[in-house]
Design a binder for this molecule. Structure first.
Ligand code: TZP
Ligand code: MG
Length: 250
């Protein structure tokens, strides 16, 4: 499955970000504007509500061929039949990640742990093709996730952000570059996006500064730059265009 990571939207349903907008309508506008992949990140809704939202988002993303991933919740992803999951280091912990990531990727069932598949109805042996993403705040975390078989890494936090206040570490563009340089040797195939404080003003600079590494980013992941925008469609389309264009100072 070819996945375009260039403009990666991570949702947020908190009033501080979403205001009085409707989540599904914001994602619809963002997809129309050109986001290439979407992650449902919902820290407040219960399981049934998350499945309902995931299905509503999938009705928007699937016809546009935009993959939908669910943050943390393999069960929600399976129930909604979406394309994958994104797993945060804080959410399941390093030893668990190290242990379970290979079984998530493996087409073989491991005891007590269902591998993620595009649809719960698919034959797991043959059709397991889920996208698995993992957050990496450091080189160590990146290497563990890469060894475990992650398809992509969300590298960050690049810049301070109000969206996720308890972020462990701000690594800046130099931190991203450090991780990319090492991955160029150890996991050249793995895809990478950066996250944390990325917006239309800084995305080209971030891509440019980190591309000095032997491995360049495959895209930028944003929450507030689209979810909190007055016009999410325009915000998405601006980002898409900026990411595809070499910066004027290059
Ligand atoms: N993980 C690291 S930073 C972050 C997440 C989910 C939030 C990024 O939000 P924003 O609004 O794009 O800075
Ligand atoms: Mg998480």
């Amino acid at each position: 499955m070819h996945v375009d990571y260039s403009v990666y939207l991570v949702t947020d349903n908190t009033p501080a970000i979403l205001g009085d907008h409707d989540l599904v309508e914001v994602v619809r506008a963002a997809v129309e504007g050109g986001v290439t992949i979407v992650q449902l990140r919902d820290k407040t809704s219960d399981t049934a509500e998350q499945i309902r939202i995931a299905k509503a988002l999938h009705a928007v993303t699937k016809p546009a061929n935009v993959p939908l991933l669910i943050n943390d919740r393999v069960d929600v992803a399976l129930a909604a039949g979406v394309e994958g999951v994104h797993i945060g280091q804080d959410d399941i912990g390093k030893p668990t990640l190290q242990h379970h990531l290979p079984s998530l990727k493996s087409p073989k069932l491991e005891q007590g742990f269902e591998p993620m598949c595009c649809s719960p109805n698919l034959t797991r042996e043959s059709d397991c093709d889920a996208i698995i993403g993992v957050t990496a705040n450091s080189l160590e975390e990146a290497e563990i996730a890469a060894k475990g078989g992650a398809d992509y890494l969300g590298v960050g936090t690049v810049f301070a952000t109000l969206t996720k206040e308890n972020t462990k570490s701000i690594i800046g563009t130099s931190g991203v570059q450090h991780i990319l340089s090492s991955l160029a040797q150890s996991a050249p195939e793995i895809k990478t996006v950066c996250i944390g404080g990325i917006n239309a003003k800084n995305c080209q600079r971030v891509l440019h500064q980190t591309a000095a590494a032997e491995k360049s980013l495959d895209g930028v992941a944003v929450v507030s730059a689209i979810m909190a925008a007055k016009d999410p469609k325009k915000a998405a389309s601006d980002l898409r265009q900026l990411v595809a264009t070499p910066p004027p100072f290059a």
